[in-house]
Design a protein around this ligand. Structure first.
Ligand SMILES: [Zn+2]
Length: 363
């Protein structure tokens, strides 16, 4: 990690005379300064979650946030009459964040002192600092990916999905079907490359080789017409799951060489890996090519070996395997299948590039 303060992952706001000017219960009317609204939207776009710890009448304060068009920006708001340290602690627990990742802003020195006493790792700021928060290094993430920008929506979708799962009493398959899953498979663009690299690094159980592909290598692959760098995103009726998978493919005339397939463990229960493989086999069939795939045991990725075998890939020799270069890493097993047509799964709507069509260069 680079030097500098630990990044803030959630900022907890006081309301009266911090977020807005005025005291709701005394003044009735409160005013939201434009510069505060700008701070809230700026932090949201950087993927920093925001919450509320306020001593107020809950319904009245929430209605006010709605009236100001801000309610959607806050997750796990704690509005009531308890101690602020308890509210901040509950927000951190609910998000699963360490206290070192939480910041708290309040105009009252006594409130800041109470939080600092009970939660010494939480960073506290005064209301005067609000306009400058986006300039501070702890509120400036190293990279902002497409997924950071939708982090709050992903968090909110996740909560609604988990609550629905809790209420659902039918079999798992039926719940899966009720989600109305939509999977998109497309060529990675500039904004998605950082997330693609992250997926090659952070996935473990569903990563076929455990090989890290740095940004420069991915860029070279994107520029090479013989390579495909594909990113897989998933959404359902509750909202986005974000980028959940990556496919690195080298196309030879008679064989498509799948160098890497990796999917996030968050989507293992949706069978995302199997859906992607099924689609690739079908695409290779349409293009009249065989499919070869690299698997390298990492001690944690047996699940991916199972997924490959389940998709019909095996160790049988084939003349086409002479085309791809020898693997750079030791222990790589090159699996193979002579593809036939595959039917799309019935529980997920697939929207994908047609790789079997000639690639159109974008200038
Ligand atoms: Zn073959």
């Amino acid at each position: 990690m680079a030097d500098g303060p630990a990044p803030v992952k959630c900022l907890v706001w006081d309301l009266d005379n911090t977020l807005w000017r005025g005291t709701l219960l005394e003044d009735g009317e409160v005013v939201l300064p434009d510069e505060v609204r700008a701070v809230i939207t700026a932090l949201d776009e950087r993927g920093i979650l925001q919450s509320v710890a306020s001593r107020n009448d809950h319904d009245l304060a929430w209605r006010q946030l709605e009236r100001l068009g801000l309610a959607e920006y806050f997750v796990l708001p704690a509005i009531g009459w308890g101690a602020k340290s308890e509210s901040v602690r509950a927000i951190a627990d609910g998000l699963g964040f360490a206290h070192t990742a939480i910041a708290f802003v309040d105009d009252q020195p006594a409130e800041r002192a109470e939080v600092a006493f009970h939660l010494p790792e939480v960073r506290c700021y005064t209301h005067d600092q609000v306009p400058t928060l986006p300039d501070l290094p702890e509120f400036t993430p190293a990279s902002v990916t497409a997924d950071s920008r939708r982090r709050r929506q992903m968090y909110q979708a996740n909560s609604r999905r988990a609550a629905a799962r809790e209420r659902f009493s039918g079999p798992d398959g039926e719940f899966l079907r009720s989600l109305e899953l939509v999977m998109r498979i497309g060529r990675a663009d500039e904004a998605e490359l950082a997330r693609v690299e992250e997926l090659t690094l952070r996935t473990s159980q569903m990563n076929a080789t455990g090989v890290h592909y740095p940004d420069a290598v991915l860029r070279d692959m994107c520029d090479d017409p013989a390579h495909e760098v594909l990113v897989v995103t998933l959404a359902d009726r509750f909202g986005p799951h974000g980028a959940v998978g990556v496919v690195l493919l080298a196309r030879h005339p008679d064989v498509w060489h799948l160098k890497l397939l990796a999917t996030s463990c968050r989507v293992v229960s949706f069978g995302a890996g199997a859906v992607i493989l099924n689609w690739l086999v079908d695409q290779a069939h349409r293009a009249g090519a065989h499919l070869a795939a690299d698997f390298r045991p990492t001690g944690r990725n047996r699940m991916m070996d199972v997924a490959y075998r389940f998709a019909g890939l095996d160790d049988e020799p084939c003349a086409c395997l002479a085309a791809p270069a020898e693997p750079a890493e030791p222990d790589v097993v090159r699996l193979h299948v002579e593809p036939g047509p595959r039917e799309a799964p019935d529980y997920v709507h697939l929207v994908a590039e047609d790789l079997s069509a000639p690639r159109v260069e974008q200038w």
